[in-house]
Design a protein around this ligand. Structure first.
Ligand code: NAP
Length: 309
């Protein structure tokens, strides 16, 4: 078989609306030392992807930029020094080189073998969803009997946080819109609060831990419902450490998952204890619609792009 040398990617050359996203043909990337070349099967659409595209996320961007960090796919080649993975293995994880592409490269520390029991779409929902939730629940030290409040319990991060907190034996209060109340209950939420119908403060008092995936007023109203000595993690901005000190609350940063975290998540999925939820799978040709849908900020689970190479 002739190896492909060119590939189709989505790129943008300037910040802007979804109309800056273009389809372009570029050479395949080469895996460097410690990297693998992956044929991308599905790419997760994370809110940060369109925030970066709009120029509203505080990070430097080099143009032209290929969006996306989360992916699942198949190893097509390995860079120098790589022994942990081999061609043909199905993997998932994070790439720093862009994943809205037929091929990408990823560091071996940022990928793991795809759980056998889940499809590629579900596996593309793990990085930036399950990984963020996992780090939050682990670093907060959530344990059996804790009362945990998860804002945005139906979202790409929140739905995993609910399940991980339940695995720890915590009592979980989750906020969601009216269309997602039954859904978050099905994930294991003990007390589901429709944020459109009632203030979460009615249901959540003296909680040990808040995971905030919403920010703004939702974050600000969360302080009084946390016990003194409790913990808050927000994934919507810089950790508000000083504000936490005013309430005697420990504020922890969000952190990146390690290779061990990825493997632990994959195991929980294979054991059937945790599931991924895909809101909608778009073909890569509908990348603009995928971004526009994610920008609405509502829905259930992760949006993914299917890459046909
Ligand atoms: N720092 C990090 O490492 C990190 C990682 C991942 C994500 N993030 C950030 O975290 C945020 C959430 O990410 P995501 O991937 O979970 O987003 P997502 O998949 O788009 O989910 C957002 C969820 O928020 C819910 N929601 C909207 N308004 C709400 C409110 N007032 N109260 C409660 N729920 C509300 C929506 O549910 P309804 O449809 O029911 O309204 C939706 O399910 C984004 O800002 C993202 O950029 C940060």
């Amino acid at each position: 078989m002739i190896e492909p040398v060119m590939q189709t990617v989505v790129r943008y050359h300037q910040f802007g609306g979804s109309d800056v996203l273009r389809f372009e043909r570029i050479p395949l990337p080469r895996p460097l030392e410690g990297e693998v070349l992956v044929r991308v099967v599905s790419a997760g659409v994370l809110p940060v992807d369109w925030k970066i595209r709009k120029g509203s996320f505080p990070m430097p961007v080099q143009f032209p930029a290929i969006p996306g960090t989360a992916f699942s796919g198949v190893v097509e080649g390995t860079g120098p020094g790589v022994t942990a993975f081999q061609k043909g293995q199905e993997v998932f994880g994070r790439s720093a080189k862009g994943t809205y592409a037929a091929f990408t490269t990823a560091a071996v520390d940022a990928i793991a073998l795809k759980p056998e029991s889940v499809g590629f779409d579900e596996a593309a929902a793990i990085s930036g969803g399950a990984t963020t939730a996992w780090r939050a629940i682990e670093s907060a030290g959530v344990k059996a009997g804790d009362r945990v409040l998860i804002h945005g319990a139906a979202g790409g991060v929140g739905l995993f946080a609910v399940q991980f907190a339940k695995c720890k034996g915590a009592q979980v209060i989750g906020t969601a819109g009216p269309a997602n109340i039954d859904f978050v209950r099905s994930l294991g939420v003990d007390v589901a609060v429709d944020y459109m119908a009632e203030p979460f403060e009615h249901a959540a008092q003296d909680v040990d831990f808040v995971l905030d995936t919403i920010g703004g007023e939702t974050l600000e109203r969360s302080w009084p419902v946390i016990k003194r000595g409790g913990t808050l993690i927000t994934i919507t901005g810089k950790p508000p450490v000083e504000r936490g000190m005013e309430f005697g609350i420990r504020v922890l940063p969000s952190s990146l998952a390690t290779r061990e975290d990825l493997a632990a998540i994959a195991d929980l999925m294979d054991e059937g204890r945790v599931k991924a939820v895909v809101q909608h799978a778009y073909p890569l040709s509908e990348v603009r619609q995928a971004h526009e849908r994610s920008e609405q900020g509502h829905g259930r689970g992760r949006i993914v792009l299917r890459i046909e190479s």
